[in-house]
Write a protein that binds this ligand. Structure first.
Ligand code: ADP
Length: 478
């Protein structure tokens, strides 16, 4: 035998080390070699080397008259292999045939099968749990909705019957609470439907510009109350009538817009919508909602679109909310074949952008109406009610002074509890509110912001006291 050639003995010692069962058998199905694993696993020991293969695989190789079914053996891929004691185990196997000598390789897949069965069982159990949970959520939300609507209805009746201004204030608050509660109930219901894959996106004709108008209008009271500016800029090549889910599109836009209002105390909110693609009657729109609010840090951005996540527990306490809004919004956007993206810098602001695919309605194709008639949609037009903004930034007006005082109180509180992130925001707001103030004051505000940014408690307090003294001196002299 030449060098490098393997002897029969070598081959058998390799076969003995194999993790597979290896059997050699002749054309009659008689085994004449079995490796160590086969001898041990099947319980026959040396006796295996006289046995017929059909004894090991009775179901696969049931011998009919006329000898061993070699053809059937060649086609075997999975089967049950029997031990001497009558027990059996599943195997995956391959048969190589040639020259009156055949080889069978088999591997015991009992563990694999067991794992597969466990996985199937787990999946079934999970589906069952999810189903029960969704039914539970549907029932509970329904049960909650009824009393909330009841309370709201009765309170509205009371208001209509004429009450004193004080009582009327309280009743307004109750109505607002009911509305918040309804919004949360709806979110929970949506979320559970989305999770169960039961959410259906409607395809109905709607007026796109009216939809935008309506959504912006709903947020105007809150925008005005905070003295913010809003700019809406819509690409006029977008047809007036589109087909899609108006309610859900409103929900998406409203979520971004109301968050922008909620997390911005000074500055402006900008909405932009452009048409990115139109092919036949299919259209893709790209929305951007940006604000000059508290912003979101990169680490926090990662968590944002996951359910029940609010970037920071202290934010929940301050602003409220369940953290479900963005998770729902993201899924709704994806159901409209779009995607969502966030650019944000802590303390500077956030810009949420998303795309959705809709269809152009027949009506729109027939009459591409002019869209200027809609109040808020002229290029870069500011919404009414914003002269108050000027007063905010104009240094020394009562609004400005009051706002600065309010922010300073909050700032010192944050500094005392060492909540530096929030303190930084307040210090920044104060600096902005003092943009038009005399130089000394501006410089003091700048130094304060720098020290707060460094998180240096003692220096920050020192600069805070300094700023307060200069501020009081300045407004005292005005
Ligand atoms: P919720 O339903 O509680 O409002 P969302 O899912 O809409 O929750 O938002 C989750 C969190 O993302 C908010 O609690 C907030 O911390 C952060 N966030 C969302 N929008 C903004 C924004 N425009 N500026 C700053 N933070 C934001």
């Amino acid at each position: 035998m030449g060098e490098g050639m393997l002897s029969g003995e070598d081959i058998h010692s390799f076969a003995d080390a194999s993790l597979e069962i290896i059997l050699r058998f002749d054309g009659d199905g008689r085994i004449f070699y079995a490796n160590a694993l086969a001898r041990e696993e099947l319980g026959y020991g040396e006796e295996l080397e006289k046995l017929g293969l059909d004894k090991l695989l009775p179901a696969e190789l049931h011998q009919e008259e006329g000898g061993f079914p070699l053809e059937a053996a060649r086609e075997m891929t999975e089967g049950m292999m029997y031990r001497k004691n009558g027990t059996c185990f599943p195997v995956r196997m391959a048969v190589k045939a040639g020259n009156g000598q055949n080889l069978l390789f088999a591997i015991n897949i009992a563990k694999l099968k067991e794992t597969e069965r466990k996985l199937v069982r787990m999946k079934e159990e999970m589906e069952e749990t999810l189903k029960v949970r969704n039914e539970f959520v549907a029932n509970v939300t329904h049960e909650l909705r009824t009393p909330v609507n009841g309370i709201r209805g009765h309170v509205t009746n009371l208001l209509e019957n004429g009450v004193t201004p004080e009582v009327s204030n309280t009743l307004d608050i109750i109505i607002r609470c009911c509305d918040n509660m309804s919004a949360i109930i709806n979110n929970i219901l949506d979320f559970s439907k989305l999770e169960a894959g039961k959410f259906v996106i409607e395809q109905k004709e709607f007026n796109f510009y009216k939809m935008i108008n309506h959504t912006v209008e709903t947020n105007i009271p809150a925008i005005n109350a905070k003295g913010l500016r809003i700019m809406v800029n819509i690409d006029k090549t977008i047809p007036e009538y589109l087909i899609g889910d108006e309610l859900r599109l409103t929900q998406i836009l409203n979520n971004f817009l109301s968050n922008a209002v909620k997390f911005t105390s000074v500055g402006y909110i900008n909405i932009e919508v452009t048409k990115t693609v139109q092919f036949d009657d299919e259209i893709e729109l790209f929305f951007v909602v940006s604000d000059t609010g508290i912003g979101i840090s990169p680490e926090e951005q990662d968590k944002l679109f996951k359910s029940f996540s609010q970037v920071d527990a202290s934010i929940t306490r301050k602003y409220g909310g369940t953290g479900l809004g963005l998770a729902i919004t993201k899924q709704l956007i994806e159901l409209m074949q779009g995607s969502v993206h966030l650019d944000s810098e802590k303390g500077k602001g956030s810009s949420f952008s998303f795309s959705v695919r809709l269809h152009v309605a027949q009506k729109a194709k027939e009459e591409q109406q002019a869209v200027e008639q809609f109040e808020f949609i002229n290029q870069n037009q500011e919404l009414p009610g914003f002269d108050s903004v000027e007063k905010f930034f104009q240094f020394g007006t009562p609004e400005n002074v009051q706002e600065i005082k309010g922010k300073m109180e909050k700032l010192i509180l944050c500094m005392e509890v060492e909540a530096w992130d929030k303190a930084e925001n307040f210090a920044h707001n104060i600096k902005e509110l003092m943009e038009q103030a005399p130089k000394d004051l501006k410089r003091a505000a700048f130094r304060l912001e720098m020290n707060v940014r460094k998180g240096d408690h003692d220096k920050s307090v020192e600069q805070y006291e300094n700023l307060r003294a200069v501020f009081e001196e300045t407004i005292g002299g005005m």
